[in-house]
Design a protein around this ligand. Structure first.
Ligand SMILES: *[C@@H]1O[C@H](CO)[C@@H](O)[C@H](O)[C@H]1NC(C)=O
Ligand SMILES: *[C@@H]1O[C@H](CO)[C@@H](O)[C@H](O)[C@H]1NC(C)=O
Ligand SMILES: *[C@@H]1O[C@H](CO)[C@@H](O)[C@H](O)[C@H]1NC(C)=O
Ligand SMILES: *[C@@H]1O[C@H](CO)[C@@H](O)[C@H](O)[C@H]1NC(C)=O
Ligand SMILES: *[C@@H]1O[C@H](CO)[C@@H](O)[C@H](O)[C@H]1NC(C)=O
Ligand SMILES: *[C@@H]1O[C@H](CO)[C@@H](O)[C@H](O)[C@H]1NC(C)=O
Ligand SMILES: *[C@@H]1O[C@H](CO)[C@@H](O)[C@H](O)[C@H]1NC(C)=O
Length: 436
């Protein structure tokens, strides 16, 4: 096993930052890092709505009929071998209360749980948000099997790249698999000045990583800890500084949405260091498109098509205004305990114009021979108004009583409690990783 370690350094040739301190301080770094996104994002306001039709068709191995009972995990894995193929939109479905098989792990048992997302630890008493299964209309999701995923990831890198929502999904993925790995065979080093967090399963030589790049391209918010800047500046044509850290990944999962939720952004031509850079405020959709183009051009040139699987996670919805779902006695997601049941509910924080931009860019890549699968989690997450931490979380410190008694200012209705909604995003990712 040990001879794998020296090789590992070649994974990131440009990095000399293989911090190897005790597990304890690594977790401290990780936790500190995880706290920041909330501080920033909760500052941001709400936005526009509507929708566009487009169906993702997929052929999947599904649980056979009769294997529905969540208690029957062993018999269901048996019947799964008589798999049937079906054409099924995994993102169209409904939430089903299921306290037998969910949560998929226990909050307190996950070694790498983030305090930002540990709602139970920070006082949430209604825990039914942990007990929902996503049921696609036309088929079943395959059962998540951590060992099977780690075997698939043997000698491989699965890398999440993006903002704090994507980091939440990464924490979820780590929690989903880490119990399958014994304590002395897993670690959590960081690299690239803390921008790259690496869960490593030693016996599989597999890593599940998160790289902080909230706008994908370079910006003045790239520091994984100190990125709360008053005026956001983006180098919409520069991505190499980030991309070199994930060049040789085997599975890449991107996202980038909430940081763009404003009307304009300052774009820089030139470098942050030089004096003669050109700065210009541009309308947000234009800047988003420029950034996505930079990103997609990079992929087109650098990604090995036979090796790397690519995913883009669609917008994560927010629940900051209870009026949107017809609630008048509350301001936001605080105190919500049930999902929205209205089929097709769409909040106005999720901008369909931005989703369409992503689709167009991905269509363009497809024409050029590169497939990026959208994980279309927006609609299914829209229903989960009760899935956010609200006041049950830690930022630097747990909220003071005064803050907790003022949920309209302090509730986090952007990120998601774990175990919870992001676990389902990962079940969807899992389904696609094992497709065909
Ligand atoms: C969002 O929807 C609510 C309720 O329908 C409305 O009052 C509010 O103005 C909308 N916000 C935006 C930014 O459109
Ligand atoms: C995402 O899923 C929703 C609902 O299932 C669907 O209406 C929408 O068109 C899909 N969007 C994309 C980009 O696939
Ligand atoms: C699980 O749900 C069932 C049906 O809703 C309920 O009767 C039961 O008490 C629940 N069990 C637990 C452990 O919450
Ligand atoms: C999970 O996958 C492993 C390896 O493929 C297999 O041995 C095991 O039986 C699976 N477990 C379940 C519950 O299906
Ligand atoms: C370990 O995995 C990395 C990819 O993450 C790979 O480059 C390396 O060759 C693997 N080591 C061995 C011994 O297979
Ligand atoms: C880490 O930060 C230092 C100082 O801010 C910088 O000079 C260096 O390039 C960074 N290293 C990486 C790998 O990003
Ligand atoms: C692409 O990846 C495949 C499978 O890992 C490998 O055999 C091939 O050599 C790679 N191609 C290039 C150009 O690196």
């Amino acid at each position: 096993m040990n001879q794998m370690l020296p090789k590992k350094h070649q994974i990131l040739p440009t990095t000399t930052w293989g911090i190897r301190s005790s597990l304890h301080s690594l977790i401290a770094i990780l936790v500190a890092t995880l706290l920041i996104g909330a501080v920033y994002l909760t500052q941001e306001g709400g936005l526009q709505l509507l929708y566009q039709d487009c169906t993702i068709i997929t052929t999947l191995e599904t649980r056979a009929e009769g294997a529905e009972d969540p208690k029957l995990s062993i018999s269901s894995s048996k019947s799964r071998s008589k798999s049937r193929s079906s054409s099924c939109n995994l993102f169209s479905g409904k939430w089903v209360s299921d306290n037998q098989s969910y949560p998929l792990y226990k909050e307190r048992q996950c070694t790498y749980m983030s305090d930002q997302l540990a709602c139970e630890k920070f006082g949430r008493k209604d825990l039914s948000y942990q007990n929902w299964r996503w049921q696609p209309h036309q088929c079943d999701l395959p059962r998540f099997n951590a060992t099977k995923l780690l075997e698939r990831l043997r000698n491989k890198r699965l890398v999440f790249v993006g903002d704090s929502l994507n980091r939440g999904q990464w924490v979820s993925m780590v929690c989903l698999v880490e119990s399958a790995v014994s304590q002395d065979l897993k670690s959590m080093p960081t690299k690239a000045n803390g921008s790259l967090l690496i869960f490593k399963a030693t016996e599989y030589n597999a890593t599940i990583e998160f790289y902080w790049a909230p706008l994908l391209v370079e910006s003045n918010s790239d520091d994984p800890v100190n990125h709360r800047v008053p005026d956001r500046i983006v180098r919409a044509q520069a991505i190499e500084k980030h991309a070199r850290h994930w060049t040789d990944a085997d599975v890449l999962v991107f996202n980038s949405y909430l940081w763009w939720r404003r009307s304009q952004m300052n774009v820089l031509w030139g470098s942050f260091e030089s004096q003669d850079g050109i700065y210009k405020d541009l309308e947000i959709l234009r800047v988003y498109e420029m950034a996505l183009k930079t990103w997609s051009d990079w992929l087109e040139v650098h990604v090995n098509r036979t090796k790397t699987k690519l995913f883009f996670v669609s917008m994560s919805p927010t629940h900051q205004s209870a009026k949107e779902w017809g609630e008048t006695s509350r301001e936001n997601c605080y105190k919500e305990t049930e999902p929205i049941t209205e089929e097709g509910y769409w909040g106005n924080g999720s901008d369909p114009k931005m989703m369409r931009l992503v689709e167009n860019v991905l269509d363009g890549l497809k024409v050029r021979g590169l497939d990026v699968q959208i994980l279309n989690i927006t609609q299914l997450s829209e229903y989960r108004k009760e899935g956010h931490p609200s006041i049950y979380r830690k930022q630097w410190e747990p909220l003071t009583e005064e803050q907790a008694s003022n949920p309209s200012s302090f509730a986090d209705c952007i990120h998601w409690c774990l175990p919870g909604v992001p676990d389902v995003w990962n079940e969807l990712l899992y389904a696609y990783i094992f497709q065909q």
